[in-house]
Design a protein around this ligand. Sequence first.
Ligand code: X2X
Length: 343
Amino acid sequence: MKKRFALLAVLAVAFVWGFPGPVPAADYKSEYKLSTVLGKPFPWGIAGERWAELVKEKTAGRINIKTYPGTSLVGGDQTKEFTAIRQGTIDMAIGSTINWSPQVKELNLFSMPFLMPDYKAIDALTKGEVGKDLFKILSSKDVVPLAWGENGFREVTNSKRPIKSPEDLKGLKIRVVGSPLFLEIFTALGANPTQMSWADAVPALSSGAVDGQENPFSVYVFAKLDTAANQKHLTMWGYVADPLIFVVSQSVWKSWKPEDQKAVREAAEQAGKENILASRKGLIPPDDSTVKEVEAKGVNVVRLTDGQRQAFRKATKSVYDKWAKQIGPELVKKAEQSIAKSK
Ligand code: X2X
């Protein structure tokens, strides 16, 4: 009897330590915290849920992720998200290049006014040498970058009037986020920019404390900025676009077994691909159904001609040149060349 019990005990120990299965390794956390700014139904929030779901599936439940939208782990202060990952408050994140640019100056690249004319240009950067360079830089800052997603081309909206030229922006109070680069762009255009988090932006727009803002079309739609924030005028100028980056904190990454690292990476790649498709849906002919739906609700959508866009580009040229030096002339040049080749 005693012998049989001993044998069972040995088998039990062997099972826990020696066999792969749903029992997590001793140093795995029971829950990993995933930070995003936006939650469902925004494509960004869906990407977070999807990454968590795919990881659960691919690791047979060994890695359990809980999503924290609203950058709630940093009290909604999205420009502190990257620092919180480095400090261990956040285990993983899908972050906007804008929100991380105060800590990673090279990520300002995507906020260079009128650098990227179209989706091919974004892809030429994220899928090419520039993307590799940026992942290398991120890897030197305590995170493991795994995949790209997309918030989208950022369009300017306001409650006062249609914006067709820089003159139309004169004196408008515009909410911006993140990097000082945005303050400089809108100042150069004659507007009155003010920096605040997304959490503060919607109430400020609703009360009329601020006249306008800039965000991707999908954000405008799901936040219902036309009715919830009086944003009846929207100009599709596509002056900058913010990709999203899927990362895991380096210390968390190192605690995972290689097969789980592989699963988390593949899950990020898949969720990222789906996210990019969702963010781009219905915005550009032949399928601009999302834009048409917004117009049908009475929103005044302005589509700029090339000539009109040129006036904005000219007005922000000095800001572009100044920031090219700050970001790194070589990286900016590489980006310009990659985009030229993609045409
Ligand atoms: O705050 C914004 O404008 C948002 C939601 O687009 C970002 O997080 C960059």
